[in-house]
Design a protein around this ligand. Structure first.
Ligand SMILES: Cc1cc2nc3c(=O)[nH]c(=O)nc-3n(C[C@H](O)[C@H](O)[C@H](O)COP(=O)(O)OP(=O)(O)OC[C@H]3O[C@@H](n4cnc5c(N)ncnc54)[C@H](O)[C@@H]3O)c2cc1C
Length: 552
């Protein structure tokens, strides 16, 4: 039977776009199928903050940050905690990926017009020892233009390939099965969904209006993870993180449904590390939701005080921005699935960033004028002020008694005692009398401010939380927000998928979140951040190049 293309890519997110453009550039014919409409091209990456993990970059060097492959690999390995037999390929991917991030990643993107905001962020700072979790140095490079800025070069290349006839998009084509003959994947089949006029990111109809079958020499599964499907998240929730939360919000659109992962697994592909996932604990309900249960993650600076639902301060080193899964584990151990930040206007103004392209119009719109306002403005960035005013999880009061009363009213649990909260804040505030302290969080703030990037735009000058000059006081109820899937299909460095018998499945490749960003779990248990988009770039590129080479 004639082939419709050399390669079929399932999913027009970042991983799929990267793979498809590499195939087209190698002179091969490629079809990209996506269940969503054309308006959602780029998948999650469009909504992302565009943060990229880079090692020893010119941006880091300009800020005086000394980084190296050895240091980054030490951090990666300490963070990943690889400890399973099936971590063989994930670990190989990790070594290759850190080398990519320390090597050609930045130049490769730059040659396509990608640019980086000059202040490098410091995500996942850890707080354990040198071999433990976290980034020893700032490595989170925000794309100038955020998510759309990372999608743009690949969409442009894809459109060029489309114009020259090497790439075809099939939107509203939902793959329901892989076609396999004698152990070789030869194509896909599925349903054509009715046309949709929903806005990008909104849920679209699943009404079927037809069927399709497509044949090719290879299929690349780049269908994303499971974060939009809370049933699957709960089903795969690992015991080590406690019980699955009763209430969660979604950090991803509904199309991140995990359905294609089930279909590919049913076809014999080996899915590993499905219990590893990356969800945030600083989720706030979006007052202007785009997708169902839409939540936004606060990217917090280090100064907010963090309390569990019962009013106990989180133990060291679980400070804002230190250890996402450590915090998740602690919070779930309290028996409640939420926690609280208490902070001041001075802290929110300097330290709150919201993850997502639409929450950062200055960086997304590439406006230097608006971006500079971050450092000079009286208030927080506009989207943060809007949340403060309209967000269901924000409380603003000018005294602590009223604040705690409103916190109890918001949760409905009435667990917080004013005296208990007050004594903890006063104790912390007393630590600010000397420039040396015993409170580990305050030490951490001094440490952060020794990095010029943090001092400029991310870490407020240390001050007393109860200083009225710094007010009003703000409390934020923090929810658990689903986002990333760290496990996935086991692949070799060419992104070829292994079957359950340990043999490569001929004609089948996986990339991006569906492949655990490479190998079936390049992150191990934890991430250093900015590694997901980068994982799509690296695994998508490897998949595209290898599939193009293999197709005759
Ligand atoms: C708000 C937000 C902020 C983020 N910020 C960052 C950041 O700063 N740094 C970072 O590294 N990462 C970030 N991420 C994560 C990152 O964006 C994603 O992990 C990554 O973009 C996933 O890309 P993907 O191509 O693997 O999958 P997706 O983007 O999910 O794309 C998969 C595509 O496959 C399609 N599909 C699925 N099943 C089928 C099927 N059966 N048939 C046909 N099509 C199908 C879907 O419709 C979708 O278009 C962020 C994510 C979000 C949502």
């Amino acid at each position: 039977m004639a082939e419709d293309a050399d390669v079929i890519v399932v999913g027009g997110g970042l991983a799929g776009l990267v793979a498809a453009t590499e195939i087209a550039d190698a002179g091969k014919r490629v079809i990209v199928v996506d269940q969503e409409g054309e308006q959602s091209l780029g998948g999650q990456a469009f909504w992302s903050f565009g943060g990229l993990f880079l090692v020893d970059s010119p941006e880091q060097r300009r800020l005086g940050i000394k980084d190296s492959y050895a240091l980054a690999l030490q951090d990666w390995i300490g963070t990943a905690g690889f400890d399973r037999d099936e971590d063989l390929w994930p670990k190989r991917w990790a070594e290759a990926y850190v080398a990519f991030a320390a090597g050609e990643k930045r130049d490769w993107l730059r040659a396509m017009g990608h640019r980086i905001f000059p202040v490098v962020g410091w995500a996942e700072r850890g707080g354990y020892d040198a071999m433990g979790h976290g980034n020893s140095v700032p490595r989170f490079h925000v794309t100038w233009g955020t998510g759309p800025g990372i999608v743009e070069p690949f969409e442009r290349r894809a459109r060029e390939a489309q114009n020259s006839g090497r790439l075809t998009f099939r939107f509203r084509h939902r793959v329901d099965a892989l076609a396999i003959t004698n152990g070789t994947v030869e194509g896909v089949s599925g349903s054509i969904l009715e046309p949709t006029a929903v806005e990008r990111g909104q849920s679209s109809s699943r009404r079927i209006v037809g069927e399709f079958t497509l044949r090719a020499q290879a299929v690349i599964v780049a269908s994303g993870g499971i974060g939009g499907n809370h049933d699957l998240v709960r089903q795969n929730w690992p015991k080590r993180l406690g019980e699955p939360p009763k209430f969660m919000i979604s950090g991803v659109p509904e199309h991140v449904d995990g359905r294609m992962i089930g279909i590919t697994e049913a076809a014999g592909a080996r899915l590993i590390n499905r219990d590893r996932m990356w969800h945030y604990v600083e989720g706030i309900r979006n007052w202007a939701p785009i997708w169902p249960r839409h939540g936004i993650r606060i990217l917090p600076g280090p100064s907010s005080m963090w309390f569990d639902a019962t009013g106990k301060r989180l133990p060291a080193p679980l400070f804002p921005g230190s250890d996402t899964l450590g915090q998740l584990h602690y919070i779930m151990s309290t028996g409640y699935d939420y926690s609280w930040f208490i902070l001041t206007q001075s802290i929110i103004k300097k330290e709150f960033a919201l993850s997502g392209s639409e929450q950062n119009p200055d960086l997304t719109g590439k406006s230097w004028r608006m971006t500079i306002n971050r450092a000079t403005n009286k208030g927080a960035p506009e989207p943060v002020e809007a949340f403060k005013e309209k967000g269901a999880d924000f409380i603003v009061r000018d005294n602590l008694a009223d604040l705690v009363g409103a916190m109890n009213a918001l949760s409905g649990d009435n667990l917080l005692a004013l005296d208990q909260i007050k004594s903890q804040i006063e104790a912390r505030d007393r630590q600010l009398t000397n420039p040396y302290v015993k409170d580990a969080q305050v030490m951490n703030i001094y440490n952060a401010r020794r990095y010029i990037g943090d001092r400029l735009i991310r870490t407020a000058r240390p001050h007393r939380i109860l200083d009225p000059e710094r007010g009003p006081l703000i409390a934020v109820k923090l929810n658990i927000l689903t986002r990333k899937t760290l496990g996935g299909f086991e692949t070799d460095l060419d992104s070829r998928v292994f079957g359950n018998n340990g043999e490569i499945i001929r004609g089948l490749y996986a990339a991006g979140e569906a492949a655990g960003f490479g190998g079936g779990g390049v992150h191990g248990y934890r991430s250093l951040e900015g590694t997901f988009l980068g994982g799509c770039l690296f695994s998508g590129r490897n998949a595209g190049r290898a599939a193009a080479k293999a197709s005759g």
